[in-house]
Design a protein around this ligand. Structure first.
Ligand code: FMN
Length: 252
């Protein structure tokens, strides 16, 4: 069967169920070095890192593995480390994400921050309330230079019969265009807290940015940068064109 690509119309939304696979460290470290050699002037390489949990080694080893990945990424040329905290907490309640366990998230950030000299960004997922977002960001702020949000929206993805659409995994991460209203609202909430003087950290927006108008909107609101994933999967030159469009509208 040939999988047909959806039309490139800037409105792609996908459900992703990958788990957290990784190439061997030697492979990805080489990739990071290659990427660093190829990026252009004015571009920066942000490398997202996550610890590999082991039930036998426990929580300290999980935290240490985040720090080791960050060290390797930084040695390989990362200009900033994105600490991916929107992943399942293997030591928490089922369904709990690492960023939802603030003491664990803070410890991970602390270990990463004291292991590397480049800026450290905390990648966060969706919050149930603006208050929870504010409280978490405020508690994590001492250990991070900035925040990246919203990683994805976890949802049950089922087939016509109500069974898990992805074998063995009921939950998947929804990313792409349709997440923009929810993701951008949360970015705007964090921007409001920053304007109110909560902390001066960088705020990088992600989640459903699929048109240059969406990117422009968040930059106007005060985001320090906008990141794209799904739009670039279906249209690899999306970010380059978006930058051109933003530059043109800034000149006009
Ligand atoms: C196939 C795929 C793989 C991803 N892998 C990672 C990852 O390894 N680390 C990470 O921090 N985010 C990862 N993401 C999440 C993206 O960085 C981004 O937060 C998310 O896709 C929302 O942005 P979007 O709506 O532009 O896709 C991945 C997304 C996709 C689609």
């Amino acid at each position: 069967m040939i999988a047909r690509r959806p039309a490139v119309n800037g409105s792609t939304t996908i459900a992703v169920s990958l788990g957290l696979p990784s190439m061997d460290p030697e492979v990805w470290r080489k990739d990071v070095r290659r990427a660093k050699e190829r990026i252009g002037r004015g571009q920066m390489l942000v490398v997202s890192v996550v610890g590999t949990p082991s039930v036998t080694d426990g929580i300290d080893a999980f935290i240490a593995d985040y720090a080791l990945c960050a060290t390797w990424a930084s040695e390989a040329g990362a200009d900033a480390i994105e600490v991916h905290l929107a992943v399942p907490n293997p030591f928490g309640e089922p369904g709990q994400m690492v960023y939802e366990h603030v003491p664990l998230a803070a410890q991970i950030l602390y270990r990463v921050r004291t292991s590397v000299s480049v800026p450290v960004l905390a990648k966060l997922g969706i919050f149930r309330t603006p208050r929870a977002l504010h409280e978490t960001a405020t508690k994590l702020a001492p250990w991070a230079h900035g925040f990246v949000l919203v990683h994805a929206i976890p949802r049950r993805v089922v087939d016509d019969e109500g069974k898990a659409a992805f074998e063995g995994r009921e939950w998947a991460e929804v990313v792409g265009s349709a997440t923009f209203p929810v993701a951008s609202r949360q970015v705007e909430e964090l921007l409001v807290w920053r304007r109110a003087g909560a902390w001066p950290h960088a705020i990088l927006a992600v989640g459903g940015i699929s048109t240059d108008e969406r990117a422009r909107h968040l930059l106007r609101e005060g985001a320090d940068g906008v990141l794209v994933a799904t739009a670039a999967l279906f249209d690899p030159l999306f970010a380059a064109r978006c930058r051109q469009a933003l530059a043109a509208s800034a000149v006009a």
